[in-house]
Design a protein around this ligand. Structure first.
Ligand SMILES: [Zn+2]
Length: 253
């Protein structure tokens, strides 16, 4: 019985992997994603609408225009000019920014107090945009689905022979829509977003040394309690990795 269960699991995962593997842009890493791009985009659209509806959106100020201008520059050089990009500044003391699937970007006013110039703001925005370009949200949804799927599959096999377990793979959206915004990114995804972010900054002609300056500033003792820091721990390793990417780009010039 155990052998049969493991064999079925193996076959299911192999089939899923074959049909759902994709590659990240720029870094060319293989990903296992069970969420279709269309589902992902509609999730992003929905969440963005409700986020804006439940927030104080700052419009037509110097700062909101600055956020839109930097965002547009980064979007223009990205691999997804087809996204319906949106960049909004929201009144919130938290030092944070995020990008939902499909290029729906939010910057909190609190972040503006922490960045010293446009290149530093572009550092955070390009990093968040990179998460969306690399479909890290869908990837997180898929991996949590596998975890849930496996335990559900095991239960069903123990309790009955009902083949409904196959549906697990069709239910990603329902199972994990909440988790998509709550789960932190993995270290691998963080590094990847840093790397892709630096590529975007370079293409859009921002000062790359400001990326280092920003993350160094973020690792100051005083700022470690802020939101961005809790999801994006700034360590020497992180700063070293970003420096390596910048050095690599210099040798290509
Ligand atoms: Zn991140």
């Amino acid at each position: 019985m155990k052998l049969l269960k493991n064999t079925i699991l193996f076959i299911l995962l192999t089939l899923a992997f074959i049909s759902c593997s994709s590659k990240t842009p720029y870094t060319n890493r293989s990903q296992m994603i069970f969420v279709s791009q269309a589902e992902e985009l509609s999730l992003g659209e929905k969440l963005y609408k409700s986020t804006l509806a439940n927030s104080i959106v700052i419009r037509n100020t110097k700062e909101s225009k600055r956020v839109k201008a930097i965002g547009k520059k980064l979007a223009l050089v990205s691999n997804r000019p087809d996204f319906k990009w949106q960049f909004n500044l929201i009144e919130n003391k938290a030092m944070n920014a995020f990008c939902l699937p499909g290029g729906k970007v939010v910057v909190y006013t609190g972040l503006l107090n922490a960045v010293k110039n446009d290149s530093q703001l572009a550092t955070v925005m390009s990093h968040e945009i990179a998460h969306a370009l690399a479909r890290h949200g869908a990837e997180r949804m898929s991996s949590s689905m596998i975890k849930k799927g496996i335990s559900k599959l095991a239960n069903i096999l123990i309790m009955s022979t009902n083949p409904e377990y196959v549906n697990i793979f069709n239910n990603v959206y329902g199972i994990t829509s909440e988790l998509a915004v709550m789960l932190p990114y993995s270290r691998l995804q963080e590094n990847e977003a840093d790397e892709i972010g630096i590529y975007l900054m370079k293409k859009a002609n921002y000062d790359l040394s400001e990326a280092i300056a920003f993350w160094k500033n973020m690792s100051d003792g005083k700022k470690q309690t802020n939101e961005l820091f809790s999801t994006h721990p700034s360590s020497n390793t992180r700063i070293d990795n970003i420096q390596k990417i910048i050095n690599k780009l210099k040798t290509i010039d």
